[in-house]
Design a protein around this ligand. Structure first.
Ligand SMILES: Nc1ncnc2c1ncn2[C@@H]1O[C@H](COP(=O)(O)OP(=O)(O)OP(=O)(O)O)[C@@H](O)[C@H]1O
Length: 301
């Protein structure tokens, strides 16, 4: 299968500091790829390198199977839409006037502009000045600008940043329609993991410039053992048995994180052998947020 984006050994250094050092990043056609990482991890810099807004120090970027270089750059960039570090618009102009400027700049037919406005749900707000738009409307206008040439690939840097829950939900719905209805591949960055979990098909997690996980959400959860809750007749005594492990005392039992099947069996046997009654064992799957903290050692916000 042709990769929409394929990155190999991409490095960006600022002075002596290496801010991006990605061995491999692969985004398949039709995916919504969540590019996750804490603040300062290197997400924006990577996206800017894909868009040729920042020059890589070293490495290869292929878009749709073609290497990005001086000969291919213009043709490839014409197939990519983007929203990086917030939308750029003229706030004293109306939404429609802004879209008309984009129509000229991108040299697209009027019907594209009308369709893009309809997709982002701003049809009834086009005669309003953008300075009077809500943040969510401004973001949606940014997406309309980015998709106005109906690119094959769209790159969105933190598209839900700063939006209220209703605005986030609208943005999520909008992003989901792009591959489904318009065949676009979406790469979106975020540090709000719960948001991403509801939208993406694959994720890449970057920390301190390095890719520390890439795959599907199911793979991420499978590779990380769940926590097991042991409900027992004597939680305090159970807790003492496992205090070396990553365990937490709960009201009626003990929660032990990161247990494989054989470790779970060992813990159950140890409880029973200690004369404690084991009432119940429950698997507690980690949320993406918990997995993220485990992998990066940081909270997402
Ligand atoms: N022009 C620059 N000169 C020097 N350092 C830079 C420059 N741009 C980015 N950096 C540094 O590179 C690192 C990665 O920044 P980047 O903006 O890519 O991270 P990010 O993951 O997008 O984080 P955020 O969500 O905070 O934007 C940071 O330490 C940042 O300070």
């Amino acid at each position: 299968m042709t990769m929409m984006i394929e990155i190999k050994n991409l490095i960006k250094k600022y002075g002596r500091e290496t801010v991006v050092n990605i061995d491999s990043l692969r985004i398949k056609e039709g995916e919504i790829y969540g590019f996750l990482g804490p603040n300062g991890a290197g997400k924006s810099t990577t996206m800017k390198m894909i868009l040729s807004l920042v020059t890589p120090t070293d490495g290869k970027i292929q878009i749709m199977g073609r290497e990005m270089n001086d000969n291919t750059r213009v043709a490839l960039l014409q197939q990519i839409g983007s929203l990086i570090e917030g939308p750029s618009y003229y706030s004293h102009l109306t939404g429609m006037e802004n879209m008309e400027i984009i129509q000229v700049l991108k040299d697209v037919p009027k019907k594209n502009i009308e369709k893009a406005i309809q997709i982002v749900g701003l049809k009834n707000h086009m005669n309003k000045k953008v300075k009077n738009y809500s943040l969510g409307m401004k973001q949606r206008l940014g997406v309309a600008m980015a998709i106005s040439n109906f690119p094959k690939l769209i790159i969105l840097d933190e598209p839900t940043n700063g939006l209220d829950p209703a605005g986030m939900e609208e943005m999520r719905k909008l992003i989901k329609t792009l591959p489904k209805d318009y065949g676009m591949t979406v790469m979106m960055s975020s540090h709000i993991l719960d948001e991403v979990e509801k939208v993406v098909s694959s994720i890449g997690i970057i920390n301190k410039g390095h890719m520390i996980f890439e795959g599907s959400l199911a793979e991420l959860k499978r590779d990380n053992h769940p926590s097991i809750y042991f409900k027992t007749s004597n939680p305090q005594k159970t807790f003492v048995l496992f205090k070396e492990k990553n365990s937490e005392l709960r009201e009626e039992g003990v929660l032990i994180s990161d247990l494989s099947d054989s470790e779970t069996a060992y813990c159950a046997k140890k409880i029973i052998d200690s004369g404690i009654e084991l009432y119940r064992m429950e698997e507690r799957t980690k949320s993406l947020e918990e997995l993220f903290i485990q992998l990066t050692g940081k909270k997402s916000l």
